[in-house]
Design a protein around this ligand. Sequence first.
Ligand SMILES: [Zn+2]
Length: 165
Amino acid sequence: MDKWKDELGSSRSASWTVDAIRPRLQDWTNRRWGHLSYRLVQMLSGHGCFGKYLHQIAGREPTPRCHHCPEVSDTVAHTLFDCPAWEAERRPIANITGLDASTLAEVISKILQSEDAWKAFHEFSERVLTTKENAEREREADPESAPLRRRRRAGRRRREFIRQA
Ligand SMILES: [Zn+2]
């Protein structure tokens, strides 16, 4: 476990996800709850329906902006902590964890201590990302939309996703 922790610390792949989980690696590995759903993984990794990811990595948005508020860069941190569009969805996490977390590490620490907190974070990820995905689909379907947003055939899209993963 210590060796793994050291390797993660020095790894070039160090990312905000690794930085957030690494201090609690033992608890993360030994946790008795904590199913990792598709959308929860998106929320932990940032690889999902976030403006910055869609713009920089997926090349499917002309800018990294948030489509739910005026923010110019839509990241996980923006979605999780700041975007005013998700205030109601965010409230159950704050109610359960009893703190206004401002880092992913703090959120991870809380969801490893309480199954209810994990469930609240899971629910937040499902609700918010489903709403964001639906909004993305509407942008794709809009004939006035930028061409790079246009819906691809399912097969091609699946292959693109696998290549990025
Ligand atoms: Zn926003």
